[in-house]
Design a protein around this ligand. Structure first.
Ligand code: NAD
Ligand code: UGA
Length: 463
């Protein structure tokens, strides 16, 4: 089937950028991204491209080129489903906060709602594509809902997980390492797979488009995230050992990364990984393993999360200990709140947990992040429910200017690896701070010898 109309349900971090790139690369296909969130859709439609709801380098240009031509953002979910031949489901799949599997399993409520809505609306055959990250065998549940509640039309379900990383979403989408498409081995399944292959092959070379069965595709996404996160927890575990032994984790990472079997990427020790997916997906994997009685498999992967929690807590404890065991009423400046550079996303950012620990110690946290608003910072802390909103608001000072944020601080903690932090006038910052002036570099991005020369007491991760 030649695809001319695509609908994507969910205009979030994945749906928005992914569909913008498909629309840019396939001007012959009409792409409509729908969402229940009116504010989000209005922002995607904002004439001023600075106001689109997701900050990703290069995304504004792509949206600007395709929007109104063959890329549309709308709240009219039913119409978009009705018209499309292919429907991507790209809604959120958060960790369950209630009932069986609370704190571990993926909450598939939004996925099921999409499936029921597609079944209700569809009056001709549709290809339904799982773009969200889902537990292995979710396609079975989607198929059952579609077949049992639909209007007698045929549905093919494909799994097409997304591997983009935030901050580099546009580059990752334009030049993916691979596109993974899982589908049924039947003739109809093979046709559906081919239709999606034809969409991607407008800009991705065919040897990078991998087709598998549905379950392999679903499980490959959870596996990829588990392996990536595991590398970070592994190097972070070594960072603590480095601090005790005089080894330097940057040197260790370089030394092992030059082994082509290990590879150099994703070996940067840090205050701990954040982001909306690593923790959620590993917890989900642990839950799935346990549900099959595979306790050793579950324990193995759970350790990645345990190590990451330890790394965040270790960072806040180190700050308290170094500041003479009290941070009460001391101003501690956070450079960065986002979970990584080049994004305004703060979900599960290590900064939230480090701030929470320090606020428990009565510290005042001054935050400067080039892309994150005070409103977002307070919402992140309120979500933890450690204290009431008023107490959070009293503990957080936010600044538009990094130098103001650092003025009179007892310590600076780098929580996000924004490039600009390394370029600051650190002498000016030093002069404005309380002495001794401490820097806790949770990302190892600052120039340690230069800072020590100025007079800072510098502590990085793993050295
Ligand atoms: P998101 O929360 O940014 O966006 C999801 C959107 O879906 C929201 O705007 C929400 O309003 C909308 N939505 C929910 N239910 C809906 C419904 N029934 N009808 C219409 N709209 C609905 O989430 P995201 O970060 O884009 O992630 C989506 C999925 O992609 C998740 O499964 C995630 O694990 C996966 N993923 C995310 C990333 C990432 O970098 N964020 C990368 C790869 C995969
Ligand atoms: C990650 C994966 O990299 C994507 O392939 C995947 O599609 C996505 O999750 C997802 O499924 O949501 P993302 O979370 O956007 O992407 O960003 P990463 O670059 O993976 O960084 C995650 C966290 O790990 C960040 O907090 C980052 O600072 C940290 N990190 C990363 C390290 O601490 N050290 C490293 O070496 C790399």
């Amino acid at each position: 089937m030649k695809i001319t109309k695509i609908c994507c349900i969910g205009a979030g971090y994945v749906g928005g950028p992914t569909m913008a790139v498909i629309a840019q690369k396939c001007p012959q296909i009409q792409v409509t991204v729908v969402d229940l969130n009116e504010e989000r859709i209005a922002a995607w439609n904002d004439e001023n491209l600075d106001n689109i709801p997701i900050y990703e380098p290069g995304l504004d240009k792509i949206v600007g080129e395709a929007r109104g031509r063959n890329l549309f953002f709308s709240t009219d979910v039913e119409k978009a489903i009705d018209e499309a031949q292919v429907i991507f489901i790209s809604v959120n799949t958060p960790t369950k906060t209630f009932g069986k599997g609370k704190g571990m399993a993926a909450d598939l409520k939004y996925i099921e709602l999409c499936a029921r809505q597609i079944a209700k609306i569809a009056k001709d055959d549709k290809i339904v594509v799982e773009k969200s990250t889902l537990p292995v065998r979710t396609a079975e549940a989607i198929k059952s809902i579609l077949d049992n509640t639909g209007n007698g039309v045929q549905f093919q379900i494909l799994s097409n997980p997304e591997f983009l990383a935030e901050g580099t979403a546009v580059q990752d989408l334009l030049n993916p390492d691979r596109i993974l498409i899982g589908g049924d081995s039947t003739e109809e399944g093979a046709k559906a797979i081919q239709s999606l292959v034809d969409v991607y092959s407008n800009w991705v070379s065919i040897d990078k488009i991998l087709t598998t069965n549905v379950w392999s595709s679903e499980l490959s996404k959870l596996t990829a995230n588990a392996f990536l996160a595991q590398r970070i927890s592994s190097i972070n575990a070594m960072s603590e050992l480095c601090e005790k032994t005089g080894a330097d984790v940057n040197e260790v990472a370089k030394a092992i990364g030059m082994d082509s079997r290990i590879g150099a990427k994703f070996l940067k020790a840090s205050v701990g990984f954040g982001g909306s997916c690593f923790q959620k997906d590993i917890l989900n994997l642990v839950y799935i393993a346990k549900s099959y009685g595979l306790n050793e498999v579950a324990d193995y992967w759970e350790q990645v999360i345990i190590m990451n929690d330890h790394q965040k807590r270790r960072f806040s404890s180190k700050i308290v200990q170094t500041l003479y065991n009290t941070v009460s009423d001391k101003k501690i400046t956070f450079l960065g709140w986002a979970f990584k550079k080049d994004t305004n996303d703060t979900r599960e950012s290590a900064a939230i947990y480090v701030a929470d620990d320090l606020i428990n110690e009565n510290a005042k946290i001054a935050v400067f992040d080039p892309k994150v608003s005070r409103k977002k910072i307070l919402a992140d802390l309120d979500y933890l429910e450690s204290r009431n909103a008023e107490n959070n608001a009293n503990a957080i000072l936010s600044f538009e200017d990094p130098y103001e944020a650092c003025k009179n601080a007892h310590a600076i903690a780098v929580l996000t690896e924004w490039d600009e932090f390394a370029q600051y006038d650190w002498q000016r910052i030093y002069d404005s701070m309380q002495k001794p002036a401490f820097v806790f570099d949770g990302r190892n991005i600052l120039n340690r010898p230069a800072l020590e020369k100025i007079g800072f007491v510098y502590q990085g991760i793993g050295s």
